[in-house]
Write a protein that binds this ligand. Sequence first.
Ligand code: SAM
Length: 246
Amino acid sequence: MVNINDLKQEWATLAPKWIKEVREGKHSVRDGLLDLVMLDACGDVEGLSVLDSGCGEGRFCRKLVEREAAEVVGLDLCEQMIEAAKELQSGREQYLVHDVQDLSFIDNEIFDLAISYLNQCDLPEFEANTKEVFRVLKKGGKFVIANLHPMRSASGKWYRNADGEKLHVILDNYFDEGERHWEITGVMLTNFHRSLSTYVNTFVNTGFILKEIIEPTSTLDMLDKYPDLDDELRVPNFIVFVLQKP
Ligand SMILES: C[S@@+](CC[C@H](N)C(=O)[O-])C[C@H]1O[C@@H](n2cnc3c(N)ncnc32)[C@H](O)[C@@H]1O
């Protein structure tokens, strides 16, 4: 069982490659697919105070500032990510190294909007993060979460034929929630699989209203620009939850 320091070390090891690839536009699932869905789910952010829980090197915080958010606070466990975010920081972003499972340094009900962009799947206790975000959101505030799709986070790999052709995605061990280990650009990374019902029941039991579930898929237009998004036409890789504090 990994602990928070192991997880922090994994991200520290991955960070230099990750930051370089993000900034070279090599994360087509973000640039070509998820950004559109996430921005649409956030709606008009002009004048809003926003929390980005697990902001990485700050790419989505910068997008929110470009869309006239009044202030964006980005939190991440990984020092290297936060240092990189600060390099491109405008006057309306603030970046802090912090574990998003404990936001006790933030007062109640101060953010209009919170986002979590592929971060809850990295947390051993996503329930703690959900409860903390609920607390720091103003009444009526939205929490927009992009996660690995539970059908993919369970096992995730493609079953291929002898020629290496992708036949179908393997779905197995779905009810065995917990740690999964993946290799990303040569670095071993741990994340956490949960079933769809665990996610939804936790959000609802925390007090959130579930406004929408989105399973992003690609369009033929997207494939012209990002041909490697063709898998997304066949099986969902991600899921987006739009929650609201009553
Ligand atoms: C998949 S990356 C996503 C980064 C960013 N949201 C993006 O989409 O580019 C996950 C991020 O979560 C951060 N992270 C992992 N565990 C964390 C924790 N307990 N608290 C805060 N950040 C964490 C990692 O350091 C990493 O930057």
